[in-house]
Design a binder for this molecule. Sequence first.
Ligand SMILES: Nc1ncnc2c1ncn2[C@@H]1O[C@H](COP(=O)(O)OP(=O)(O)OP(=O)(O)O)[C@@H](O)[C@H]1O
Length: 473
Amino acid sequence: MSIVDKMDSEMLKKWDALLEDLQKYIPTHSYTSWFLPLQPVSANEQVLRISAPNRFHSEYVEMHYRDVLKKCIKTVFGKDLLVQFTIAENLQQDISSEKSTPGPSPRPTVTERSDRENLPPQEYYVEDRYSQLNGRYTFETFVEGPHNQFAKVASRAVAEAPGNTAFNPLLIYGGTGLGKTHLLQAIGHYARTRNPNRRVIYVSSEKFMVDFITAIRNNRLNEFGNIYRKADLLLVDDIQFLESREGTQEQFFHTFNDLYQRGKQIVITSDRTPKELKGVEERLISRFLSGLTVDIQPPDFESRIAILQKKADMDQVAIPPEVIEFVAQNITTNVRELEGAMTRIFAYSSLAHTDVTINLAKKVIKDILGVRKTRHISIDIIQSAVSDYYKVTENELMGKGRKREVALARQVIMFLSREISGMSLKTIGLRLGRRDHTTVMHACNVIGKKIRENKEFAREIDAIRHQIDLTAG
Ligand SMILES: Nc1ncnc2c1ncn2[C@@H]1O[C@H](COP(=O)(O)OP(=O)(O)OP(=O)(O)O)[C@@H](O)[C@H]1O
């Protein structure tokens, strides 16, 4: 008996009415992705129980549609009901039976085998790609916290059933060094472990472009296309790199469509939201948005501690808790830097044959923060990164115009010049169209406040910092 059979026909009518009502408020695509897979389980005077395909699905519905669901329940049932989600048994069973399948991995089908046997030499590249996955980047080594929980659960759901969730494509975005590549590769590892015959391709969009150009040069465009079209799971890192590369975007668009139409899974990372990707064709952006977009934020204090502790455990080194705490307090925005600090502390202590102490940690952190402050990056590099980002010309920046983007770009340049190169307010003002030092001070305050209060804006600034880092080398 299916779960629906357990409900009386009156209840089923109500369920249909509820779905119909929901459609008035929710765009068709979202409705199809999130509500059609739900099933009613039971209802009484207080509680409506609903089955969802997996935990992520139910959490997503609760998080994004709680209010509208509540409203429609009241309309249809005539009162407020508590909603309880359960996870669909059949999916759970599939997963556990697949997990417990003993013995050798499934043999490739005849088509798969003959495909592989007939591959031209370049096609083995597919396997090489897989070996590029970093063995440390797995779900087990990924520390979950409020800042990345949603991204982690979505990645896990996709890795468990690539191509079989509503999250296709899955796009993970967030600032630099926050774990996007780690998660992307964890998906690849997990999907491969579950089914070793799955063709997993991990590629950075930069590599995709280089391969594409090489293929054009060598007249091997068809082979290039075939490599990617064989993927069951395509993992593309740092998609922002495709900005303003029309030819590569075109190629990627075809690859994307081909895989998508055949139900293959695509996962993409980016340092900003799809809408912020300037110079990426609208049709690609809308493809990206047709699945699920999740973000990763900088870790909070507790998560930073947990990440540091995990690294210490993995490297099998004992670190006094006060040292971990000290590092977590001082390095706040980037997990890569957090790890870098720990590595340096270990290195110092082993070279100097001393214990890891708080004083040693203080010295290392001081060096790191000091280097960051005094790094010599010219205002020209900062200016060019900001004006590229906001699409503002040098004349506009130097002029007196008060157009919103121009004024914002000017203020951001002032803020970043102060932060990165430590220049005096006066010098910055002079370099930016002979402005007074109080104007620069005001700009630094305004931008600093906006970064603290507005996460989207903080990410914008982070993306610009990243670009400056890349240019400065
Ligand atoms: N939640 C986490 N748990 C454990 N390690 C993490 C976590 N987040 C990030 N890291 C580690 O931090 C380092 C940087 O992460 P990663 O390279 O994935 O960042 P990214 O977001 O892809 O950065 P970029 O945009 O600069 O490429 C990696 O060594 C990764 O293992």
